[in-house]
Design a protein around this ligand. Structure first.
Ligand code: NAD
Length: 377
């Protein structure tokens, strides 16, 4: 399929995208795409990704796919928020971005008047976000007054809450004490998760391609180290994927020896059929976008004036959401991943009822507070 306008609008129509904006700024070399999937529940929120794409077509597809995923995540988390995503076509991954390019991106976001609210994503740095934020207030996750800062600790906290529900479903009791949990990938989220699990009395085993990250946890919490290639096959109660996407696929699923999967990584299932394959093997899968919503819940708190305690309290509700997903899956006889997606889509259709958020729309539509509290200025 080509990338002409007709096929893009066809793709948008198929998945219900409201708007795709192509942005260029020839003097700075900026080339970017902003996809707004849905504003039915409120302004769309999603990260800015700086990435080297094989073609512009791939960049469009990525923006469409990721923005839709953000709508589902926000909806499942009960937020009054939609899904969006920005991708900047960037050929040299580690090269710093010029201030002119970032400012041009900030102005493009500002022109959308709040229909797209940006956050940090793959390839973006805190410095990039600071420069973008100099041009627009529609940016979340900035360090400093009113900002929610690093989302990883809250995300990890949400994973622990979800894991409690998973264990309740398996054993009728949500306690982590004495349970064996494998954390695959101990970066920002995984390392916090490993510490929280150890505090709750779990036997924690960790794996990471970066041995220093493993060593820190061996020293700090007495975690057991696993070779990376064995982590997925290790017998355990819960496997927590916290590294890359597509880790659950037709090659790995037959080799799993866990009772359940509950981790922070995005897009853990290589495709929708893997949801069925896990169910067929009797492995309970807690859907990734429900489990890892702590990060987005944390960002959404900026709309009402950020308070860490309230963000944690809202994140704790992930335990209930996972419970509802399992109930829905049982009732409808579908695997949990599909159940979560159907729940999220139903809320957008029923509560959103075909609405589109426009600049100046009622404040009540934005997690109950005026958007101007997002950031001062
Ligand atoms: P990160 O880059 O800090 O950590 C990822 C870790 O995985 C690194 O330590 C890396 O060395 C390791 N890793 C890479 N390949 C591996 C492999 N093959 N096997 C084992 N380990 C490997 O990222 P993060 O912020 O901790 O995020 C982890 C995952 O959670 C990502 O998929 C991210 O999209 C998702 N997520 C993160 C947040 C958040 O708040 N940071 C929120 C929602 C979802």
């Amino acid at each position: 399929m080509g990338t002409d306008t007709v096929s893009i609008t066809e793709l948008m129509t198929a998945k219900g995208h409201e708007q795709v904006v192509f942005v260029t700024d020839p003097p700075s070399g900026l080339r970017a795409i902003v996809a707004v999937h849905s504003t039915a529940l409120g302004p769309s929120l999603g990260g800015i990704r700086f990435w080297r794409y094989p073609s512009e077509h791939d960049a469009v597809l990525d923006a469409l796919r990721l923005s839709e995923a953000m709508s589902l995540k926000a909806s499942a988390a009960g937020l009054h928020q939609g899904g969006g995503k920005a991708v900047v076509l960037w050929d040299v991954p580690d090269a710093p971005r010029s201030e002119a390019l970032l400012r041009a991106m900030g102005r493009a976001i500002d022109e959308l008047g709040g229909r797209y609210i940006a956050a940090e994503d793959v390839g973006a740095t805190p410095r990039d976000m600071q420069v973008i934020a100099a041009e627009t207030r529609w940016v979340t996750g900035i360090e400093g007054p009113g900002g929610s800062g690093d989302p990883s600790p809250v995300t990890a906290y949400g994973v622990v809450q979800a894991m409690g529900t998973v264990l309740e479903e398996l054993d009728g009791d949500g306690t982590l004490d004495g349970k064996r949990v494998v954390v695959d990938g101990v970066g920002h989220v995984g390392s916090h998760l490993a510490r929280l699990l150890a505090d709750a009395g779990a036997h924690v085993a960790v794996a990471d391609v970066n041995p220093e990250r493993v060593d820190v946890l061996l020293r700090e919490i007495g975690a057991e180290a696993l070779p990376v290639d064995r982590a997925l096959e290790e017998p355990c109660d819960v496997l927590a994927p916290c590294a890359l996407g597509s880790v659950l696929n037709e090659t790995t699923i037959p080799r799993l020896r866990c009772r359940a999967i509950c981790g922070a990584a995005n897009n853990q299932l290589a495709d929708a059929a893997c949801d069925d394959s896990l169910a067929a093997r009797g492995i309970l899968y807690a859907p990734d976008f429900v489990v890892n919503a702590g990060g987005i819940i944390n960002l959404a708190e900026e709309f009402v004036g950020y308070e860490g305690e309230r963000a944690r309290a809202r994140t704790a509700q992930i335990a209930d959401t996972v419970r509802r997903v399992f109930e829905f899956a049982r009732q409808d006889g579908v695997p949990p991943g599909r159940a979560a997606e159907q729940m999220a889509r139903r809320r957008i259709a029923e509560e959103g009822a075909g609405r589109r958020w426009r600049p100046g729309d009622p404040a009540a539509w934005t997690n109950g507070a005026p958007l101007r509290t997002l950031r001062p200025g």
